[in-house]
Design a protein around this ligand. Structure first.
Ligand code: SF4
Length: 252
């Protein structure tokens, strides 16, 4: 239920979390699954069964979270079975264009992060100095495939790209740079989801990440987004910066 309103809606988004993210962000709030391998093994047939079970629950979409290392299985599953609800690819943004091309026609909604505009920041926190360039090209390819967001009569997203950006404490210049890259490379009616949910997990090695973002940082970044003409999308409330918004992975 904690995705954007046009993804979660009334019935919820049918999330399937994949373990072992391609990035290693030191502040990861889902580090239990992103940095280790938990959960249960799936092949394309058992993935189809999971998808069908979520559909039977009445979810608005099938939401594949951090799916990158599993694309071969996912492609096989979606080629055999296309769900009746949209399929969401919920990704770090650190994707190869040629990999994304293999997903064309199978993914309806791309929900990529756009984390960094600065190479040194991307290296420092996620060990991926080329992230800004890689993510920008990846999101351009996503946009080429599915375009601007489209919605049904219930205001639920059915197709398109929505770009997420998480504001990090003491890093508003990085956020400004991300918003500028979005404004410079996509139409102004692109959807941006500005996320304020950052909280320290205690695993950060850089002391500047040791607190939540401030009201001032939040207001500066959200105002800059509007100043750039990016008026579509969502701005998460500061109250979302709470552990209560992170799923309890012990349930696996
Ligand atoms: S991209 Fe997201 S899930 Fe992956 S390590 Fe970074 S914060 Fe965690």
């Amino acid at each position: 239920m904690w995705e954007e309103p046009n993804i979660s809606g009334k019935n919820g988004s049918g999330t399937i979390f994949f373990s072992g993210c391609v990035l290693r962000c030191e502040y990861c709030q889902n580090h239990v699954i992103s940095k280790s391998y938990c959960g249960k093994p799936v092949d394309s047939d058992s993935l189809i069964e999971l998808i069908k079970a979520l559909e039977a629950d009445g979810v608005h979409n099938i939401n594949l979270v951090s799916p990158t290392p599993y694309y071969p299985i996912i492609i096989k599953a979606l080629e055999k079975y296309k769900p009746s609800v949209p399929v969401v690819c919920n990704t770090s943004g650190y994707e190869r264009v040629e990999t994304l091309k293999a997903l064309e026609g199978l993914i309806d909604i791309y929900l990529p992060d756009f984390k960094y505009s600065q190479n040194d920041t991307a290296e420092k926190y996620s060990f991926a100095p080329d992230y800004p360039q890689v993510a920008l090209e990846a999101i351009k390819e996503m946009y080429r495939q599915v375009g601007l967001p489209q919605h049904n009569e219930n205001a639920m997203m059915t197709r398109g790209v929505m770009i997420r950006h998480l504001i990090l404490p003491n890093n508003i210049d990085n956020s400004y740079g991300v918003l500028e890259l979005i404004a410079d490379n996509f139409p102004s009616d692109i959807y941006v989801s500005l996320m304020a949910q950052y909280f320290p997990t205690g695993k950060e090695t850089h002391s500047e990440l040791g607190r939540k973002i401030t009201q001032e940082e939040y207001e500066k970044v959200s105002s800059y987004m509007l100043l750039l003409g990016l008026e579509n999308g969502f701005v998460q409330e500061l109250e979302a910066a709470d552990k209560g918004y992170v799923p309890d992975w012990n349930m696996l």
